[in-house]
Design a protein around this ligand. Structure first.
Ligand SMILES: [Zn+2]
Length: 79
């Protein structure tokens, strides 16, 4: 019984001496719909989510951007 108490005491001391666990770093915020890349505005394809420079994107009538004519058609069809 005394051994158990000693073990418990050692455990408590060990817990107290142990440095606190490092805090988990906050996860990075989700990427915004647009972001800059090399000074160029990047846009997200509304269909597949890929990022491409704004000038390479296709703008749908509803204002959303798509990476290719196929995705433009697919995105408008899905609505
Ligand atoms: Zn796409």
């Amino acid at each position: 019984m005394k051994f158990l108490l000693l073990f418990l005491l050692a455990w408590v001391v060990w817990r107290l001496l142990r440095p606190p666990a490092p805090r988990r770093e906050m996860p990075p915020p989700p990427p915004p719909f647009t972001r800059e890349h090399g000074g160029e505005k990047m846009l997200c394809c509304a269909h597949c989510g890929v990022y491409a420079p704004e000038r390479e994107m296709l703008r749908a009538q509803d204002g959303r951007y798509y990476c290719s004519p196929e995705h433009l058609a697919a995105g408008e069809k899905s609505e």
